[in-house]
Write a protein that binds this ligand. Structure first.
Ligand code: PFF
Length: 445
């Protein structure tokens, strides 16, 4: 079967940005920053994006575009008979783990959207939003229903194909989210006590860096947020034709992704301090804080509707990119139709998500890693181990398996002033940093 292509480079850019910008920028970013002490972590995160993330993003997209194949096939095609393709399998496994729990959280977001639509969440409930959130996520059926519904949407978009489904969905929803976040940031900054939150986010307390787990958390967040190391960007790159130039596109994606993360930090943390909530209260942070903000502001109910709608849609544009990884693989290897591949893989991810969802309540005693529940464990393995490992393999592949000339050609850097610095990063600095951070992590697990 003929592989599809993006209609335009803009189509690719939007889809790749859609993949990058999602729950990771808002939900995950804010609670991870909160748990890791704020400003110093933010600086580590930004450094990871700049030094490791963006150079790797260019590498990953380039490998896909050159090979015109899925994450396993790309390595096989460019290095036949060599073991590089094993990294592709890690990516496929990571996509299952991530979308499994991602879809559960996206389901929470849909549930909030629905409850804003019906007016249920407009006014602060007598038990507080924290209680409402906890009783929802710890219940059995409701979160599963929304998780399932979200997965159905994701499957539906992926099975309609690259151009019609994925490209179209992205063009609509990203701008809406950006506008809402800016509006909310302005409001949040005007709250009494907002400055304390701004200080938490931007004023580094270096002592948090004594803890080795902070480094892997920053690296993992950078990978997660930029959709790196799974093969999503490689797969999306494989739908690009050769005449498009990549370096500008990847820098643009990095900037956009970081913009969304920082703006959501400016939305969340001033409010966290204004409402006197603990910044390290974990994955529920945005689901508790945002309703509090909405309840205070004029037209908050309407903002709530729009916000959770955009968040859900941002999540969909990321979840489709995750589903696309195994779908592209199975279409090629098993000759499955796109429809069949989407339904089968999406259903397996749904099943994994059931465990993640039940792990918030009835199965919370199951802690596969340390004191992490099922969802946190899936996230930890994927984001902090599989993705950096995948990224390491990609950096080594393009830095050492390719010749210098091939690397420049693949990335369109041949005539760029930045080519040598990129090459230095991808060949030496990125691999060394990832390995050091890994070794550092071994101490904590
Ligand atoms: N980058 C997405 C987000 O920040 O929400 C999540 C994600 C998508 C992670 C695709 C990994 C991936 F391959």
């Amino acid at each position: 079967m003929e592989r599809e292509n993006w209609a335009s480079k803009l189509g690719f850019m939007l889809a790749a940005m859609g993949s990058a910008v999602g729950l990771g920028n808002i939900w995950r970013f804010s609670y991870v920053v909160g748990e890791n002490g704020g400003g110093a972590f933010l600086i580590l995160y930004l450094a990871s994006v700049l030094v490791i993330g963006v150079p790797l993003l260019l590498a990953e997209v380039s490998i896909g575009r050159k090979a015109q194949s899925d994450v396993v096939g790309s390595f096989q095609k460019l290095a036949p008979g060599k073991p590089w393709f094993l990294a592709g399998f890690f990516g496929v496994v990571a996509s299952f783990l991530i979308l499994g729990f991602y879809s559960v959280v996206a389901g929470w977001s849909m549930y909030y959207f629905w409850n804003y639509l019906t007016g249920e969440l407009f006014a602060v409930p007598s038990e507080g939003y924290g209680f409402i959130f906890d009783s929802f996520i710890t219940s059995v059926y409701q979160p599963l229903f929304w998780h399932g519904l979200f997965m159905i949407f994701t499957i539906f978009i992926v099975l309609t194909g690259v151009k019609k489904g994925i490209e179209f969905a992205n063009k609509l929803f990203m701008p809406a989210l950006a506008i809402l976040l800016l509006l909310l940031a302005g409001y949040s900054l005007s709250l009494d006590g907002a400055m304390e939150g701004v200080r938490f986010l931007f004023q580094p307390d270096w002592s948090v860096l004594d803890d080795p787990s902070v480094y892997i958390a920053a690296l993992g967040q950078a990978f997660f947020s930029l959709s790196l190391g799974v093969g999503t960007m490689m797969t999306y790159g494989s739908y690009l034709s050769k005449q498009h130039r990549l370096p500008g596109a990847t820098v643009g994606i990095g900037i956009m992704d970081t913009f969304f993360a920082i703006i959501s930090g400016i939305v969340i943390f001033p409010a966290v301090f204004a409402f006197q909530i603990q910044p390290d209260s974990g994955p529920g942070l945005v689901f508790i804080i945002l309703p509090d903000i909405f309840a205070q502001m004029p037209f908050g109910g309407l903002v709530g509707i729009l916000f959770f709608l955009s968040l859900t849609l941002a999540a969909i544009s990321s979840s489709i990119s995750l589903l696309e990884v195994p779908v592209a693989y199975f279409i090629r290897v098993k000759k499955w139709s796109r429809k069949f591949a989407s339904i089968v893989t999406g259903s397996i991810m749904f099943a994994l998500g059931i465990a993640a969802s039940l792990g918030m309540g009835g199965l919370s005693h199951i802690t596969p890693i340390g004191d992490y529940n099922i969802m946190d464990s899936m996230d930890f393995v994927a984001s902090n181990i599989l993705l950096p490992f995948g990224g390491l393999a990609m950096a080594l592949f393009i830095g050492w398996h390719f010749t210098k000339q091939q690397a420049f050609e693949a990335t369109d850097l041949t005539n760029s002033a930045f080519r040598n610095i990129w090459y230095l990063l991808i060949r030496y600095i990125v691999p060394v940093l990832i390995i050091i951070i890994f070794l550092n992590t071994l101490e904590i697990i």
